[in-house]
Design a protein around this ligand. Structure first.
Ligand code: SAH
Length: 177
């Protein structure tokens, strides 16, 4: 089995172990198995499974991961199976609170969720081996780049393009003019 197959199967197993229906309202549970985003209130959606699978394969595994955009907490619960400790930031307080309750009810212990602007990251627990952003960014937030460990990966959609950024330490250069 190649490295890529292995990554895919790890992500697939983690996704299969988490019931997406548990993270959507009753009226959407029938559609939870479909490969599309679903409404979770406040104008937000739970991400499409295909997209999450691709992003998680790019992200890989590790000790600490920072998630920006907790939403329903579904992807958070999947991350909890791929990383030792998950830190997640959500800007809509009601979504963050619901996700916290859901994660608690499911008995998941290695997740912390905070309410705030994810573009600033979560300094307290940096550096992160992985950073995953669930909403489209205008540019790469500098604070997130700062909080990425050497050898860490950040997966982030920027203006509709999915980027994977790998950090390889600090070097001194003359400025690019
Ligand atoms: N992956 C989530 C869905 C994410 S939808 C799930 O599985 O349910 C994107 C989420 O990002 C929304 O909940 C939105 O409120 C949140 N968001 C958008 N901008 C944000 C920001 N600057 N900081 C934190 N959260 C943000």
């Amino acid at each position: 089995m190649g490295r890529q197959d292995n990554k895919e199967s790890l992500v697939r197993a983690a996704m299969e172990a988490v019931d997406r229906a548990a993270f959507v309202a009753d009226e959407w549970k029938w559609a939870a198995g479909e490969d599309r985003p679903l409404p979770i209130g406040f104008g937000q959606t739970v991400s499409q499974p295909y997209t999450v699978a691709r992003m998680l394969e790019l992200l890989g595994q590790g000790e600490k991961v920072l998630e920006v955009g907790t939403g329903s907490g579904w992807q958070t619960a999947v991350l909890a199976r791929l990383f030792k400790q998950v830190y997640s930031i959500e800007k809509i307080p009601e979504l963050a609170k619901r996700a916290r309750i859901k994660i608690y009810e499911l008995g998941i212990k290695n997740v912390r969720i905070k309410i705030g602007d994810g573009k600033k990251g979560w300094d307290k627990y940096a550096l992160y081996d992985g950073i995953i952003v669930a909403a489209d960014a205008q540019e790469i937030p500098p604070k997130l780049l700062e909080q990425l460990a050497d050898g860490g990966r950040m997966v982030i959609p920027v203006r509709g393009e999915m980027l994977k950024i790998e950090k390889h330490g600090n070097f001194v250069f003359v400025p690019l003019v």
